[in-house]
Design a protein around this ligand. Structure first.
Ligand code: SF4
Length: 375
């Protein structure tokens, strides 16, 4: 009897990325793996007084809902240190304690069960003398350490040597501190070298990436208000991620931290480093537009934000590129003559008056989401 050919089942190919990740060591911040074996994670930092446990946990819950993977909390006082055990225990995502100035809080954070501790050696008095004890405590509790070098608080010795916070100075400072931990056989280290200038920051990470295999936490520090900070972070992270550099990211904005998470996720999704969810393909509008594209795109985005399935939605202002883009998307509208042609998976499913475009797109999106969930 002739063999019956088995149906070929092939997994869908992963979406293309611009480059392979730089190979790194691996470590775990709580349950989140960090390094080239794991997806790039998104971090943010709370803005509440850490000592206010309820407010901090509330903000952490909002960040968790927005998709944040890891949260950092500041620990500037004894009251904040005392709050760490409750926050670390009740947070749904791993908590990193951020320590400046007071080495005793490094030990407190480790004892409190924080998933990691960020130290800024330039801001901790006699840090180098305490590395042995810190390494031992961290090792005993399985707590990774982030060495967070920052241009605004660079070690005085390196400031004197380099004259200012150059990329070389930032990288040298981080490598020096990492070597002190390595001397004590402690390697659960990740590193950041932040600067507010994306050019300096990118160069510093490139130098660092060439010199070590520690996972790297990317950040443009003090990047500015939302508009400027988003652009600076996207440009700098893009330049590094293009080279496979970067294992966890934090976008710093002078804006509510949930916005940082949204930007971070969007950067990763744009580069196929995280599965895309809602993607709005909307035209910039022009003299041919026959509908208010800006309002339409904003309304559709607001209504569909938070969709958990991959969904590309085209919102197009006229028939020049409209039908083509709408047909390529999962869902789309091409507008004209006071009407909108609604496309689902490449087919026109209906034509509706302009005032009904948004509600129709939402209905169809919900239908697609329901179909996807039942597949
Ligand atoms: S789709 Fe039409 S309205 Fe939108 S930018 Fe293109 S030509 Fe202009």
């Amino acid at each position: 009897m002739p063999a019956i050919p088995l149906p070929l089942t092939t997994a869908p190919a992963p979406p293309p990325v611009l480059s392979e990740r730089r190979k790194t060591r691996r470590l775990h911040v709580g349950e989140v793996g960090i390094g080239s074996d794991f997806p790039i994670s998104v971090q943010s930092m709370t803005t509440t007084p850490t000592a206010d446990v309820n407010a901090t946990l509330q903000q952490i819950a909002e960040l968790t809902a927005a998709g944040c993977d890891i949260v950092r909390v500041a620990c500037p006082s004894a009251d904040d240190a005392e709050a760490l055990p409750a926050i670390a225990k009740k947070s749904q995502i791993p908590v990193i304690a951020d320590i400046h100035f007071q080495p005793k809080y490094v030990f407190a954070a480790i004892e409190a069960g924080c998933a990691a501790v960020r130290v800024n050696p330039g801001n901790i008095r006699k840090f180098d003398d305490q590395v042995k004890e810190i390494a031992q405590a961290a090792k005993d509790h399985g707590t990774p350490i982030r060495i967070g070098v920052n241009a605004g608080s660079l070690d005085k010795r390196l400031m004197d040597k380099h004259g200012k916070a150059t990329p070389e100075a930032l990288a040298e400072s981080a490598m020096w501190e990492a070597s002190l931990f390595a001397e004590h056989d402690f390697h659960d280290v990740k590193i950041s070298v932040k600067h507010n200038d994306p050019v300096v920051m990118v160069r510093a990470y490139e130098i660092l990436a060439a010199q070590c295999d520690y996972p790297l936490h990317l950040g443009v520090t003090e990047a500015g208000p939302a508009f400027q900070g988003t652009i600076k972070s996207a440009v700098a992270f893009g330049a590094l991620l293009r080279q496979g550099i970067g294992d966890t990211i934090r976008v710093s904005l002078s804006a509510p931290p949930v916005e940082e998470v949204k930007v971070g996720i969007q950067i990763l999704q744009s580069l196929n480093l995280r599965p895309r969810k809602l993607e709005i393909v909307s035209c910039p509008s022009c003299g041919r537009a026959q509908v208010d594209v800006y309002t339409l795109a904003e309304q559709v985005t607001a209504a569909l934000e938070g969709m958990e399935i991959p969904l590309r939605v085209a919102v197009m202002g006229c028939v020049v590129n409209g039908p083509g883009e709408a047909r390529e998307a999962d869902l789309g509208v091409a507008s004209g003559n006071g009407k909108g042609q609604i496309f689902v998976k490449g087919e026109v499913v209906k034509t509706v008056p302009e005032h009904a475009i948004v509600e129709t797109l939402i209905e169809e999106a919900m239908r697609i989401a329901g179909d996807t969930a039942s597949e």
